[in-house]
Each structure stands twice: as C-alpha cells, then as structure tokens.
Design a protein around this ligand. Structure first.
Ligand code: C2E
Ligand code: MG
Ligand code: MG
Length: 665
C-alpha cells in the first residue's frame, strides 16, 4: 500500500469574492485603468543587468571626459580667456569624473554622467553664441542618456533642458539663443525647443520600450516571459502587506499534441492558451509564458482567489481550438501557491511551490487545480521516486495483469475480461494504477507498458480460449491511455500483439475515455478507425463522466459504451438514477452501440439493468479483478447466476486489490 493521497483542492470562492463591489469601483477604476494603460505603453524602467550597465557606462563616461576637454579647446578657439575655458571644462568634467569614481553607487554615477552630458550641451550653446545649430547637441546627448534605460536619468535630462531654456532663456537670452528676434520672444522659443525635445524623447522611449519588450516578452504568444514574470513577482513581494499568489499552468500531453500534429499545431495551441488565459485574469494580474508549454499567472490575492482563477482558466480551455481544420481540446494541470505560506519567501520559492502543486495535479490524473499545502513536497518526492522506479519496473517483472470478468448479466456467463494493470512494487507493495498510470504517462513510459499489457493479455486470453472450458470465444478489453492514442505506432503495436498471440482482432476491444477522444478528435478518429478497420472494437470507458454531449457521442468512433459505475451505484436508491441510466441506454441504442454496465455490486442493480435491457455487466457482484490463477478457478465454475457468483467470488477472494477495501478507483 502506498502512502499517496489524493491532492488537496482549495475551496473555490464564488465569482462575487473576486469582483470588487460597486462602491469600490466607481471613483477608482477609470483612473486606475487609465494609469494602468499609460504605464503599459511606457517602458517599465527595469534595471539594466549589471554587466550591460557597466559596459555602457564606461563608454559614456569616457566620452563625457573627452567632451569636457573638447569644450575647453572650443572655448579657447572662440576667444574665451583661459580661466573661462577652464571654468567650462570643470563644470562639464567634474560630474563626468564623479561618474568614473567607484566610491559612489551605480545610480549616483549614472546621474553624474547625465549631468555632465547636459551641461556640455548648455556650454556648447553658450560658447557657440546661442546659434540654432548648437542646440542640436542636446538631441545627441538625449540619445546617449537613453542608453541607460533609466527613468531618473531621462527625467533629469528633460529637467535640465527645461531649466536651461526657460530660466536661463528668460534671465540671459543671449546665452541661449543667437538672434535678437529670439531674445524678444524667449518663451515661444522655449516651447518650440521643448516640443522638439519631447518628440525626440518619445522616439527614444519607443526604442527603449521595444528593446525591453524583446528582452521581456515571448515572441510566440506575446506574453511576458520568465524574466519579466520573476521581476514583477519580486516587485510585488516587496510590498509585504499584500497577498500574492502564483498559478503554474502546464498543458496536459502537450508533447503528443506537438508530435502528432507538428510544431505548427503546437504553436497554434500555445497561442490559443495564451489568449484564453489573458481573457480570464483580472486587470492587474500578469500572465506569462515561462517556456515550452508552461505558463504562469501572478495574482493579487490569496490561494483561494487564485485557485478560483485557475478553475476559470481550466474551464475556458475546454472549448475546442481549431487548428488547420483540426479540432483540439486542450486541458491543463494547474498548481497554486500563496506568498503567505511559510515555504514561499521569495519569487523562486513561490514559483517552486506552484510548480510542485502543478506536478501533483499532473501526477494525480491531470486536468485539475491543486493548491500547495505543507504536505505537497513529500507527496511530490514520493511521486518522483515512483517515476524513477517505474523505468525499471517492467524489466524487473514487477508488473502483472489482472483480469476482471465481463459477464452476461442475465446468466452470469463470462463473455470476456478487462485487463487491469497491477504494479507489485518491491518496497511499497501493490500500487494502484490510478496512482502510477498518470506518472507513466508523464514520463512517456506508458507506451512501452501499454504495449506490454496488450501483448501479455492477448497471449493469456488465447491460452484460456484453448484451455478453459466455455472460454473458446473469450474476449479481451484493454485500456488505452491518451498518450498511447497519440502514438503514431499504435496500430503497429496492436497488430503485432494480435499476430504474436493469435487473438482475433474481433475479440479485442480498446477502451478509451470520452475526454481523451475529444482532446484531438481527428487524430483519435484516425487512430481508432484504423484499428476498427482491422476488426477491433472500441469502447467508451467511464461513460457519463466526461463531456457526454449527444452531438459528440454521434461523432465518436465507438462500438460500445461502458456506463460509469457512479450511475450504477445509485440504481436501486432512487428512481431518478434509473431514468438516467435508461436515458444512456436509449441513447446508445439509437446510435447502435453496445452497452456494458461498470461497477455492478448488488443484485438489485443487476435486476434493474436486466430489465432495462443492458446485456453486459462488470463488477464485484460477479467478480473482482483476478490474478491468472484466480481467474482459472473462477472460470472453471462457469455459467453462474449472480447469487452463485457471490459465493464463488467470496471463495476465490480478491487477489488483486491493493488493499482498498472499497475498491474505489
Ligand atoms: P477502468 O478502466 O474504468 O477500470 C475499472 C476499474 O473499476 C478497475 O479499477 C476495477 O477494479 C474497478 N471496479 C470494477 N468493478 C468494480 C465494482 O463493482 N466496484 C468498484 N468500486 N470498483 C470496481 P483499477 O483496476 O484500480 O483500475 C483503475 C483504472 O486504471 C482503470 O479504470 C483504468 O482507467 C486504469 N487502468 C488500469 N489498467 C490499465 C492499463 O493497463 N492501461 C491504462 N492505460 N489504464 C489502466
Ligand atoms: Mg476500462
Ligand atoms: Mg471504467
């Protein structure tokens, strides 16, 4: 028995919890939204990485120092006294020298050099006698300062330009402008110059924004990338009073979408996911693509709020995506982590916790939202250990196939068996398929394991057909995983199992679930139709738990539906349940599908099913899944009525359940 537990689902708050009430909305939202928009057009002003800053700063400082010397020479040439020239050199050179000093911090150095560059412009204009051409110098300096990609340096430039033109221009117009016309209208000219400086600034801002975007956004989806996400998360975590949560979203079976449809289809799928996610989050929440098929959302609020958004994302993804004439149904596993949890101190912790929760969602069957709680680390460690163990399980002979009889409900006669995989783990004992199959799907091991199950079960059934009385036409049902369904070699695997065992294709049923088919209907149809062309049958497993839409059922490549045991369980309890099962049976009949009832445990359930005309049954009433030996004993007692079956099954015992007394899967 493994110590693996079901994942913890956070309580989902209602949508009302997420929407600020009307009183809060009115005065704040328009302004906030406006500011938010404005901010999104402007560069974020994210700090340049240290090495890049260092390189740029060194170049700019050297230039500023040279320029200071040049201005001295220019002043002398223009007839300034030595003292006057030295004064100009000092005014421009001193801040540049400060920028070169390592005694002060990065910001001070940046600002000092900025001051030097702008003073240089003012000095050039002054020395040149205010001629218009000298003003061009300001534009060149503005361009150089924009290389810092620093809002304070940029702001300082503008401030100095304004001060120079407005204040100096008014007090001493001859030092700023070169014509008497300008001296008489300094204010107008200040506006004209200001306008040009502003326009030049805007083009720099656009270039700055573009460079930021290139560094911070994902070219495929145009979402923020990992770097941008981590920076934004760090900034949010810097405000300790506000709860912050992270959603970690990973598309289920993305590899097979890519492998089966090509990267082009994969890209379309990713863009759709991005769009849907952006459509679901609230203003101010940040969606990013971390890489591959991994996305993250930064949510203001606690885990409950984030989990509700996660559920909404999950729901939103369900609508089909059309990619090159194909209809894809995308699902995702989502992990949620909350900054208030002890484990999540910084952005790395928070992302790791959300990732762990996502892994748990994935390894517990996918397509769900799981919130990180204290125990998650341990469970994930165990799953990871299982994932490592699973690689050797097959070659070490730790897998075993058990067989659950599929019977004629009226006579109890065995018509076939469903192959159910069991893992005898050397230290954990029997591990349930519910616990390890999602892991095997994640590691990709399921293709090899699934092929082995098919091969082993087919050979076993043929042996029984030959040896056991009354089993000459024994049929076999085998479960397929969605990963196998997308495997381009599936048909080859089936054919070689049939050839090697001698089982007739018509005696083989492949069990798939509805959700699995809909994930990529075109591909599923192609795969299953080619298996059906061989003569194999297809059954829809756990029917009624998925989409169960009539229009889809008609499109599915199926021969049989297996009514999920949750419906059968209710039979006998209330009339509504009977109506529901009758509805499913009628629907299946209308579509010419065979019907099998799963999980029949009580005589009364079987009685109702017989009355409704459901011919085939499977369940503990007839037998639990049995080991090879136990099945032989069971079959030897062939042709039992339900009452006799109970006695026989009790006598045989359940050789297969991994210690779950209720047998729930
Ligand atoms: P499933 O295909 O729906 O198989 C039926 C499950 O219901 C089995 O659980 C079976 O033991 C259980 N069951 C049968 N009758 C009753 C009943 O009367 N009452 C109750 N409570 N349960 C009943 P099991 O063997 O644990 O398998 C669970 C699931 O694991 C299977 O569900 C199937 O989806 C998956 N699985 C098992 N073997 C394989 C395999 O070889 N390949 C793949 N891909 N999946 C497998
Ligand atoms: Mg099944
Ligand atoms: Mg089932």
């Amino acid at each position: 028995m493994t110590a693996i537990h079901a994942p913890v689902r956070a309580p989902v708050p209602s949508v009302d919890d997420l929407t600020p009430n009307a009183a809060q909305l009115q005065p704040v939202v328009p302004l906030r939204v406006l500011l938010h928009r404005l901010r999104s057009w402007l560069p974020e002003g994210r700090k340049l990485p240290e090495a890049i800053w260092e390189r740029r700063h060194r170049g700019i400082t050297q230039f500023a120092l040279l320029q200071a010397a040049g201005i001295g020479v220019f002043a002398l040439l223009r007839g300034y006294s030595v003292l006057g020239a030295v004064a100009d050199v000092l005014v421009v050179g001193f801040p540049a020298a400060m920028g070169a000093s390592t005694l002060v911090g990065r910001q001070v150095r940046t600002m000092s050099v900025t001051v030097s560059l702008m003073f240089a412009s003012a000095a050039v204009v002054d020395v040149a006698g205010g001629v218009t051409e000298a003003h061009f110098h300001f534009f060149v300096m503005l361009g150089i300062v924009s290389l810092y990609q620093d809002w304070s340096a940029f702001g300082l430039c503008i401030l100095i330009v304004v001060f120079h033109h407005a204040v100096m221009g008014l007090l001493s117009p001859a030092r700023v402008y070169g014509t008497s016309d300008a001296w008489n209208h300094p204010v107008q000219l200040a506006f004209v110059h200001g306008g040009f400086v502003l326009s030049a600034s805007i083009t720099h801002l656009i270039a700055w924004k573009a460079s930021e975007q290139q560094e911070l956004s994902d070219p495929l989806t145009r979402l923020r990338n990992r770097t941008a996400f981590v920076e934004a998360l760090d900034r949010r975590l810097g405000v300790p009073s506000r709860a912050v949560s992270v959603l970690f979203v990973d598309i289920d079976n993305f590899k097979s979408i890519n492998d089966s449809g090509g990267h082009h289809i994969g890209d379309i799928a990713l863009r759709h996911v991005a769009q849907r996610m952006v459509g679901v989050v609230r203003d101010g929440d940040l969606v990013a693509r971390l890489g591959g098929d991994e996305f993250a959302v930064l949510v203001s609020g606690n885990a409950a709020a984030a989990s509700a958004i996660g559920e909404r994302i999950s729901q939103n993804l369900q609508a089909p995506v059309y990619a090159d004439g194909r209809e894809l149904f995308i699902q995702a596993s989502i992990g949620v982590a909350d900054s208030e949890l002890a484990g999540s101190r910084d952005s790395a912790d928070l992302l790791r916790d959300a990732d762990l929760a996502m892994y748990l969602a994935k390894s517990s069957g996918k397509n769900q939202v799981v919130t990180y709680t204290a125990g998650v680390d341990k469970i994930v460690r165990e799953r990871a250990a299982l994932a490592a163990d699973i690689r050797h399980a097959l070659e070490s002979g730790q897998f075993e196939v058990h067989y659950q009889p599929l019977v004629d409900g009226n006579t109890g006669r065995v018509r076939g068996v469903e192959a159910l995989l069991r893992w005898n783990h050397p230290t954990r004992g029997l591990v349930s398929p519910v616990d390890f199959i999602p892991i095997a799907e994640e590691t990709g091991e399921i293709n090899v394991i699934g092929a082995w199950v098919l091969q082993t079960a087919a050979s076993q059934v043929v042996r029984w057909q030959r040896q056991l009385p009354g089993c000459r036409e024994l049929e076999l049902s085998v479960n397929l995983s969605p990963v196998q369904l997308r495997d381009p070699d599936l048909l080859k695997t089936i054919t070689s199992a049939l050839v090697a065992s001698g089982l007739k294709a018509s005696e083989l049923t492949l069990e798939v679930t509805e959700g699995m088919l809909l994930q990529d209907l075109e591909l599923s149809r192609r795969q299953l139709d080619s298996a059906r062309a061989l003569g194999a049958r297809v059954a829809i497993d756990d029917f009624g738990t998925g989409y169960s839409s009539l229009s889809y059922l008609a499109k599915l490549p199926a021969d049989e539906v297996k009514i999920d045991r949750s419906f059968i369980k209710e039979l006998g309890d209330h009339p509504g349940a009977i109506a529901l099962v009758k509805g499913i049976i009628d629907m299946a009949r209308a579509l010419h599908l065979d019907i099998l009832a799963e999980g029949v445990e009580e005589v009364v359930q079987q009685d109702i099913l017989s009355e409704l005309g459901c011919a085939r049954s499977q369940g503990y009433l007839f037998s639990r899944p049995l080991s090879v030996d136990a099945f032989q004993t069971f079959a030897a007692a062939g042709g039992l009525s339900p009452a006799e079956v109970i006695a026989a099954a009790d006598a045989v015992g359940d050789a297969s359940r991994p210690g779950r007394s209720d047998g729930s899967a």
